[in-house]
Design a binder for this molecule. Structure first.
Ligand SMILES: [Zn+2]
Length: 534
């Protein structure tokens, strides 16, 4: 052809696909420094897995960015350009703050920003910030707005987001060995991925405000029989974490994972099904009077708050997260107990810290009814080996990496079983402390929040929706220990407390009410294991 034919208007400009690719790659090049600074030392380099992790991180970011942009372009190409331009300017400011002040844009940081007064904000404006905003924000934003983007037919625009999602899903399945690496590092990396760190955490901030502002529905006033007990009454609830009943010798596991409690007269009630497979939903369910049909966003006051309201002295000690809002007499995170600890102190991350000094606290208390809830880290994965002190690394060899592809099945199960055995040790220690309290009727209930997958059919950890979750993610242990005086005063034997095989999470609320001789309109004797003839 001798003469160039002018293109028709529809063919002018940059094709949408190449435009989104260019903007996405620019975003990666300009704004990835904080993320890479964290990730590079944590990649398993120089091994092959390390390179897969690095590649995966780039692919996931680029594809995610592309997916959002294509989705916006489906509505309007102009909208996509405006959003992309705003994100570049916001990214430039975020990057400046992250690099200058080493802040992470997590939910609490977003809350801080909202609590900053305009005067304080002006104090942050510096020459450095202006340069960042101009060169990394305004200039790319202007280029985006000025670029002519060719608008493809609607069916192409519809196809792009679908294809992006499908190829990303395919890639993630093909590189499933990196999942556990993500699981371990996601909490730290999430706040460093620009722009999603602040976009997601902005949403979480408003959701948190909405949740915190919900009014809790108080439960009805209770009566106690007798009004003043002859001896002090103490009940302890231990909420287990990711402990599946299959790996308890108390439930017939071939290996002795319960050597410490076995001699103490602990009762293994029939294993049952957890309400959910994640901590937040399962814990909410187990602390509500509503039973396993309860919503994970229930607004009824949870058990510890109710007992406190009704005059029972309540302790809540946690080395975990995901509990509903707790308002009790004595609330302590593991770190708070560690700060208070003066003799024979375990590490703050060690669940043993939750048991620290309980005997003295309970012995010295003048209250006649005391409730203690302990929420350990238990068998939370994937770094099982990190959940117990070295002297409890009983089953060997153990998996000592989150890259389970590099561990044998035996090594992974050994490490998991060590967490179960260590929790058994801590329960035995707890029972020994309770036994040593003078003139008290004491009882302990242990129930896990949910189970755990250890690689069966390629599934690890927990959290699958109930409808498709394998049994191992839902079968939980339900253990009870009662002091001799507790049994004698109620005329109970170990055999009397056996419920039918059911949902263990339905029982702690009403059983703990029953143990304190407490009744109210919401009390259900059929879910009180200590109620004879229920
Ligand atoms: Zn959990």
């Amino acid at each position: 052809m001798n003469k160039a034919t002018p293109l028709p208007p529809a063919k002018r400009g940059i094709p949408l696909f190449w435009f989104v690719l260019a903007v996405g790659l620019t975003n990666l090049v300009l704004f990835q420094k904080p993320l890479l600074a964290y990730a590079i030392p944590n990649f398993n380099l120089p091994g092959f897995q390390g390179w897969v992790q690095m590649l995966s991180m780039q692919v996931v970011q680029l594809w995610l960015y592309g997916f959002i942009m294509f989705l916006l372009a489906l509505i309007s190409v102009r909208l996509m350009k405006v959003v992309a331009a705003i994100l570049f300017i916001a990214n430039a400011m975020a990057l400046y703050f992250m690099l200058s002040y080493t802040v992470e844009l997590d939910r609490s940081m977003i809350a801080n920003i909202f609590n900053t007064t305009p005067n304080e904000s002006f104090a942050f404006i510096s020459m450095g910030m202006v340069l960042y905003v101009v060169f990394l924000g305004l200039l790319p934003a202007a280029a985006i707005m000025l670029a002519k983007v060719r608008k493809p037919k609607w069916y192409w625009r519809a196809l792009f987001p679908i294809a992006t999602l499908l190829t990303l899903a395919g890639f993630l399945f093909a590189t499933s060995t990196t999942w556990l690496w993500y699981d371990k590092h996601a909490p730290r990396m999430g706040s460093k991925v620009l722009p999603w760190s602040y976009v997601v955490n902005l949403g979480r901030h408003f959701n948190y405000l909405a949740l915190a502002n919900r009014t809790q529905i108080d439960l009805p006033a209770a009566t106690f029989t007798p009004a003043i007990p002859a001896r002090k009454q103490i009940v302890v609830l231990v909420i287990g974490e990711s402990a599946r009943s299959d790996n308890f010798s108390l439930y017939g596991y071939a290996r002795n994972t319960n050597p410490f409690t076995a001699a103490l007269g602990i009762v293994a009630l029939p294993q049952g099904i957890s309400c959910a497979t994640n901590t937040i939903a399962a814990t909410a369910c187990l602390l509500t009077h509503e039973g396993h049909e309860a919503s994970s966003r229930t607004t009824f006051e949870p058990l510890p708050n109710y007992l406190t309201q009704q005059g029972i002295e309540t302790f809540y000690r946690t080395n975990n997260n995901g509990v509903p809002p707790i308002t009790v007499d004595h609330f302590a995170h593991a770190a708070d107990i560690k700060a208070e600890c003066d003799t024979a102190c375990p590490e703050a991350k060690d669940d043993a810290i939750l048991n620290w000094n309980l005997h003295a606290l309970l012995q010295d208390s003048d209250s006649d009814r005391i409730f203690v809830a302990l929420h350990p880290w238990g068998s939370h994965g994937p770094s099982y080996w990190d959940n117990y002190p070295p002297e409890f690394a009983h089953f060997q060899p153990e998996c000592k990496t989150v890259e389970v592809a590099n561990c044998t099945e035996e090594e992974l199960i050994n490490a998991y079983d060590n967490t179960i055995r260590y929790m058994d040790y801590l329960l035995a220690d707890l029972i020994t402390q309770l036994k040593a309290i003078d003139n008290a009727d004491t009882a302990m209930i242990y129930v896990s929040d949910h189970g755990q997958s250890l690689g069966e059919n390629g599934v690890y950890l927990h959290g699958l929706p109930n409808a498709i979750a394998p049994e191992v993610q839902r079968h939980v242990p339900f253990l009870v220990w009662m002091s001799d005086s507790f049994k004698a005063s109620r005329g109970l034997t170990n055999e009397d407390i056996m419920p039918e095989e059911t949902f263990p999470h339905d029982f702690p609320f009403h059983s703990i009410m029953g143990a304190f001789g407490m009744t109210s309109d919401i009390y259900k004797p059929e879910y009180d294991i200590f109620h004879i003839g229920r």
